[in-house]
Design a protein around this ligand. Structure first.
Ligand code: NAD
Length: 355
């Protein structure tokens, strides 16, 4: 099957298959759409079972980045790259440099940043081969890792959802169950704790859950029970595709608002959640803080500028999505896609044009 017939191909502008014999690097870089500007997106390293699984991931994720940047109102196109391999076993400095050279060979068509399996250090090594990488600090005092900005954006969007659904702007006593206390989830827990929310947390990596229990007075929940808790909000901050038909029937929460990408196992779940009276906050609208911060970092702008853009754009885009979803009786995930697509696709004019 060629890439053009692939189930996740969506008129991508550029797909590059990269192989470096010397280091064994196998990677794919996908640029989905650059209508709004230079295409940016994370570089993920993951132990894919097959080349097709990696291709599917990079095609979907790069498309998602186009929608995310459009929803976030930044002049940035959508792209992503994946490196095939186990980051704990196969990552070497030479491999990172080889990836840097492939990114450089695209001459700026793609700007990479860290994603799962990658850290600031890896991006710095790539930066020795190309200027087209971002999301790391070169000197002490500079900001780099976009996770704090992502967590802040999720916090802003979660507050907006609480205001809309629970009719209160006060998070005091609001019960939130967080799945995944990593870079984003742990910081989100801190912000929610400060605002007076009651936290329930779970992580498969015990030490990550424990620090939220100790520092934020959170209650520890077994990983397989986090979505069935009696809470107001569930915040998936670990994995994609975790809201499926089984979880749908377990949920007691009124709101889903977390950082994980591609949370819904399939699109129809958006309508099923709506029918159950659960407000689903579209993931890429909510977790755009990181890409907004990376964009501002590349412009040499201050965190204050990034911060106010995150606050305003997430608040305003969610207000539009919630309003249209209520008015039209349609799911928030589909409405978000339309709102984003109207912003990057000049040939798209509302719901009639949705495939
Ligand atoms: P991370 O790897 O730092 O944290 C993920 C945490 O989830 C880890 O502590 C891990 O142990 C835990 N986890 C994994 N499987 C779990 C399970 N089944 N149950 C409970 N916990 C589990 O990742 P992160 O940077 O915090 O990102 C979290 C999510 O947000 C990811 O889906 C990522 O794609 C998305 N995201 C992150 C950013 C960012 O700026 N870091 C931006 C946008 C989206």
């Amino acid at each position: 099957m060629s890439v053009f017939e692939h189930r996740s191909f969506d008129e991508h502008e550029h797909v590059a298959f990269c192989h470096d014999k010397q280091t064994g690097l196998k990677a794919i870089i996908a640029v989905h759409n650059s209508n709004l500007g230079q295409a940016m997106g994370g570089c993920r390293m993951f132990n894919y079972h097959s080349g097709d699984e990696a291709l599917n991931d990079v095609l979907r994720l790069s498309r998602g980045m186009t929608y995310k940047s459009a929803a976030a109102n930044i002049p940035v196109g959508g792209a992503k790259s994946v490196i095939l391999g186990d980051p704990r076993q196969h990552k070497t400095d030479d491999l990172m440099r080889a990836m840097g050279r492939f990114i450089d060979s695209l001459g700026g068509l793609y700007v990479g940043a860290e994603d799962s399996g990658m850290h600031e250090r890896d991006m710095k090594i790539m930066a020795s081969e190309t200027q087209h990488v971002a999301g790391f600090a070169l000197q002490e005092g500079e900001r780099g890792d976009p996770s704090p900005a992502t967590a802040y954006g999720v916090f802003i969007g979660l507050k907006k959802a609480v205001q809309h659904k629970l009719k209160t702007s006060d998070l005091k006593g609001v019960r939130v169950a967080i799945q995944g206390l990593g870079n984003v989830g742990y910081r989100l827990a801190g912000l929610l704790h400060e605002a007076g929310a009651e936290l329930l947390v779970s992580d498969v990596f015990q030490a990550n859950a424990d620090r939220a229990v100790q520092n934020y007075n959170a209650t520890l929940i077994a990983p397989d029970q986090i979505f069935s808790q009696s809470v107001d909000v569930v915040a998936p901050c670990a994995l994609g595709s975790i809201i499926d038909d089984v979880v749908l029937n377990q949920l007691q929460a009124k709101i889903i608002a977390g950082s994980a990408n591609n949370q819904l196992a399939h699109d129809d779940l958006g309508m099923a959640l709506k029918a159950r009276g659960i407000l689903y906050v579209p993931d890429y609208v909510l977790n755009a803080g990181g890409i907004i911060d990376v964009y501002y970092q590349r412009q040499g702008a201050s965190y204050d500028d990034a911060h106010s853009h995150i606050t305003n754009s997430i608040d305003q885009t969610l207000a539009e999505v919630f309003r249209k979803s209520d008015m039209m009786g349609r799911s928030t995930n589909v409405i978000a896609d339309e709102v984003a697509r109207e912003r990057f696709d000049p040939n798209f004019h509302g719901e009639d044009a949705v495939a």
